[in-house]
Structures are given as structure tokens and as C-alpha cells.
Design a protein. Structure first.
Length: 195
């Protein structure tokens, strides 16, 4: 979360970027529904060269509006906290988490499967918020992490268990990506002005 010195315009820019991400997810699902779910084929296909496009596309694709809503609510709730640090922070965390989730899924998920949805990003946002206070040595951020653990902890742990039809690989590697993002973006490691 941004500090008290984070300018209001910076926080607003972060919220705008988050809003754009969510809008693209919803627009993609509207188009996908109208196209008879043909866009879903562009998800992550493990160890298939064509499936690499899914690393970028998969977070914006969902298997229906129920799936989309279940990802949108926590994405917005946790994303707003990240957005208060500015647009660059939202972009950096989202990029690191999506890359880790997508690439990890591409490497270890079963052949012949296609993985879609923003839940890897949701898991990454959660672990970013859980771990950034540790890396920044910040009590406020630790408290926010504790709230995330209380509100979503059981869902997060349950999402890491292998279950038919659920990309636990995306969840796991998204969670790893969140910790990596927290470490890479820790205050002491950055020069002034970086995300």
C-alpha cells in the first residue's frame, strides 16, 4: 500500500490501471460468449509452443460469467490495496505474477489441458500482500497481510489442492509469483522512482 506521501494522482492512476485490467477481463468474456467460447482455446496449453500465448491471454479468459465473477471480486479487493502504490506497482506485480503463473502452468500441468482464468493473478496478489510487509519490515503492511490471511486464507489453501477441473498449478505458481514480486519490489531493493 502506498504511504501517506503517495500522491493522490498516483493512487488514482493505480486504480485506473486495475479498472482497465478488470474491464478487459469482462470485455473478453462478453466477446468469448458471443463467439461460442472460441477464445478459451488461447489459454495456457502445457508444453505446446502455441500454448505460450496463454501466458498473456489466460488471465483475461474465463469459463463463463460465474468463473469471472469469482475471480473479479478478490482481484478488485486485493488489487485496490496494491493500486494505492500507483500504476507502476499494479503493472509490475500483475506482470510478475501472471508470468510466474502462466509459465509454471505451462511447464508442469498435464498435457492436453487448457488453463484459463485470473485465479493465478488472484493468488499472486494475495501472497504479494501477505509477504511484502516482511520484506519491507512495515507493520501496516504486515497488518494488511494478516487481514488477507483471515479473509481469504482457507480459500487460498484449498485452491492449492489438486482438484479435477481446477488449475492448482496456476494457483501455486501465481502464489510463488506474488512472493517473488514482493521481494523484487521491496523498498530497500529499489532506486527512487521505481515501482
Amino acid at each position: 500500500m502506498g504511504t501517506a506521501t503517495t500522491p493522490r494522482s498516483t493512487r488514482l492512476d493505480g486504480v485506473k490501471v486495475l479498472g482497465l485490467i478488470v474491464a478487459l477481463m469482462w470485455l473478453s468474456e462478453v466477446v468469448d460468449t458471443a463467439a461460442g467460447n472460441r477464445l478459451d482455446q488461447y489459454g495456457v496449453e502445457p508444453r505446446d509452443g502455441d500454448g505460450l500465448v496463454g501466458i498473456v491471454a489466460a488471465p483475461f479468459l474465463h469459463s463463463g460469467f460465474g468463473h469471472l465473477i469469482s475471480n473479479t471480486v478478490p482481484l478488485i479487493a486485493m488489487g485496490l490495496v496494491i493500486a494505492f502504490a500507483g500504476a507502476l506497482r499494479v503493472v509490475a506485480v500483475t506482470a510478475i505474477v501472471a508470468l510466474a503463473s502462466g509459465l509454471g502452468t505451462w511447464l508442469v500441468a498435464p498435457d492436453g489441458t487448457v488453463h484459463i482464468g485470473a485465479s493465478g493473478v488472484v493468488f499472486g496478489y494475495a501472497t504479494y500482500l501477505l509477504s511484502r510487509g516482511v520484506f519491507n519490515r512495515n507493520l501496516t503492511e504486515l497488518a494488511i497481510g494478516a487481514v488477507v490471511a483471515v479473509v481469504w486464507g482457507s480459500v487460498l489453501l484449498g485452491g492449492l489442492l489438486p482438484e479435477e477441473g481446477i488449475s492448482w498449478q496456476g494457483h501455486l505458481f501465481g502464489a510463488v509469483g506474488g512472493i517473488v514480486a514482493a521481494r523484487v519490489l521491496a523498498r530497500g531493493r529499489n532506486r527512487a522512482g521505481s515501482p
